[in-house]
Design a protein around this ligand. Structure first.
Ligand code: SF4
Length: 309
């Protein structure tokens, strides 16, 4: 098979090919907030966002970037004692700050001897021309990707989840990033309230047509103490079954471009805070079931791609 033992181009495979060895990510907290939480746009945040700004496994913002990297390396030291890592700025909006502060923390991360690249998660409405120039500068120096939480291309759903920006903002920024050869990873959530399978697949088609480099598929998680939990308690909206999710992911993988990199196929729910879907807590089982379904249906990444371009 083209991607080792998998039927799709996983991030793990891509990084091994690029760096010639296994490369991990270390999740960092750059001390940011988000315009969708600090009152600039809203105080509510996206409906699914947790108190940690959707970054449950990152280091502590009370520590320096260097200390966080060291701490994260220590955590993975049993399985990964000496290899290189990508510094992943994960929590909240990691370009929402003063330009010099951004430059300082990215530089600090890159100065660590085991860091070989940067991943920066942010919002498309938080990348202005000056930040774009900084990202271009970083892209010329190191291996970089930018993560954008698209979640859906359906404007009605986007409003209902309080995403806070319109699709044309995403399209405009991704065009600019693509023009500068800066890699973009789009997050897509499957299972948002009131979406059907066709709406979800339309979001996937959109990023394929937009020549996005990578994708993170998320299964919608209803997490304790979020606005989504309140909505779920009130309306009991449909939660995807495991079978539905696996079918959607299989179709999604089929319509991606062959060169796109799949960063994630499901979520990392925590036993204590995940309300639904509880079936997703057995991540190994979900991933194995996806592999099995792809095999049984003879689907590989890109099989259906030509049909949409
Ligand atoms: S953009 Fe990210 S950090 Fe901000 S509210 Fe939405 S999920 Fe949370």
């Amino acid at each position: 098979m083209r991607w080792g033992e998998k039927r799709y181009n996983s991030l793990n495979y891509f990084l091994r090919e690029k760096f010639g060895e296994k490369v991990y990510k270390v999740s960092l907290d750059g001390g940011f907030t988000c315009p969708n939480r600090d009152g600039t746009l809203s105080k509510k945040g996206c409906i699914f966002c947790s108190d940690s700004g959707s970054g449950e496994f990152a280091g502590s913002r009370k520590k320096s970037i260097t200390d966080q990297i060291e701490e994260q390396l220590e955590l993975i030291s049993k399985k990964f004692s000496s290899g290189n890592v990508i510094a992943y700025f994960q929590n909240f909006t990691n370009t929402y700050g003063d330009l010099e502060y951004l430059r300082k923390i990215y530089k600090e991360a890159l100065s660590h001897p085991r860091v070989v690249g940067l991943a920066i998660a942010t919002r498309p409405d938080c990348i202005d021309d000056k930040i774009l120039d900084l990202l271009e500068e970083l892209n010329n120096k190191t291996f970089l990707w930018i993560e954008l939480g698209l979640q859906t291309t359906d404007e009605k759903t986007a409003r209902s989840i309080n995403r806070g920006w319109e699709l044309e903002v995403f399209d405009d920024v991704t065009d600019k990033l693509n023009n500068k050869d800066i890699k973009v990873v789009a997050h897509i959530i499957l299972g948002l309230p009131n979406e059907n399978h066709e709406t979800m697949l339309a979001s996937i088609r959109h990023i394929v047509v937009g020549k996005i480099w990578g994708v993170k598929f998320h299964l919608l998680h209803v997490i304790k103490d979020t606005n989504l939990e309140k909505l779920y308690t009130k309306t009991g909206f449909h939660i995807l079954t495991k079978e539905e999710y696996i079918d959607l992911i299989t179709k999604g993988i089929g319509i991606l471009d062959e060169d796109m990199v799949i960063h994630r196929l499901t979520g990392d729910g925590s036993w204590e805070t995940l309300i639904e879907p509880r079936w997703s807590l057995n991540k190994r089982d979900v991933l194995n079931s996806i592999e099995k379904h792809l095999k049984e249906n003879d689907v590989s990444q890109g099989d259906q791609h030509e049909k949409i371009t």
